[in-house]
Ligand binder design. Sequence first.
Ligand SMILES: [Zn+2]
Length: 347
Amino acid sequence: MMKTFLCLLLALSLLLGGVALAENATAAPLAALTPSPTLQMEPAPARPQQPTPEPAATEMATPVPSPTQTPYPTPTPRAAATATPEVTAVPETTATPEAAAPETSATPEAAGETSPAPEGIFDRLPADMPTVPPLPTREPGRLTGVKIGIDPGHQAQGNSDQEAVAPGSSETKAKVSSGTYGRFTGVPEYEVNLAVSLKLREALEALGCEVYMTRETNDVDISNQERAIMMNELGVDLVLRIHCNGSTNESAQGIGLYIRATGTNADECMRAAEALLPAMVEATGAESDGIFRRDSYTGLNWSEVPSILVEMGFMTNEEEDYKLNDPAYQDQLVAGMVEGVCAYMGR
Ligand SMILES: [Zn+2]
């Protein structure tokens, strides 16, 4: 009779042990029901069921309220199982990293501090957010030792004085123009070029890059030839000439890169452009207008270092005009160029 009762008790306690493992909230009251003699009779079975405790120690950030743990100090197997409810809770959260991520990334500030920026991070940034892209903070030394020249195209007042379109050439062009303008926003190109260029400098410098600008304000008078020579003397690894395009065809859109067709750096320019274009298209979702080889641009012809004229989009296209003036889209353009530079430099 007593034996049967003990067997029943054992069976019951085993059952309760299972429940306690599965649902730690009820573990404490159930464990209280089992008298200590039966606990000593089943030392082995519970141990193998314990999940490995390491994840609990490292990944459980939220402390579990534990008054229910302390009343059972006896080192019996069940007590061991119930004393570590964190362990049973851990697999639920750690088994699904996807579930954990959205919780933290819901607050952009927290995500920026704690986790590396996912690739699509810019899509989720509010448009009015300060323009420090999370991307560069990811790998601060990624572009250490790299020298990049940025030439924000045009200036507030054009200069129609002439200069040679290429070294030794008798053909001349205006020193610099004021560029195109947004047909829908009314914003002049030189303003957009400078805004994006300043963001680009910030993003590149955050990666340890050495950055040189041909201009930092709109009120300058620097010819295209002078801009190229400036970068030659600095010996930069690559010049990005930042521009916006314009067309009589309002439907024309997309990102286009212009490089010199001939000359010592022509092939190197193509290699850089081939790294830059796909990165920019991926970061922005814009169309690719392609890579164009031309020997008609003064700023490219005078360049003795690899140089790319980046047409970021068409200000004569309604959608792109608005986008080019959108700080969030400008961040995407910058992110694409940064990735392109990294790809070209093998970083
Ligand atoms: Zn331009």
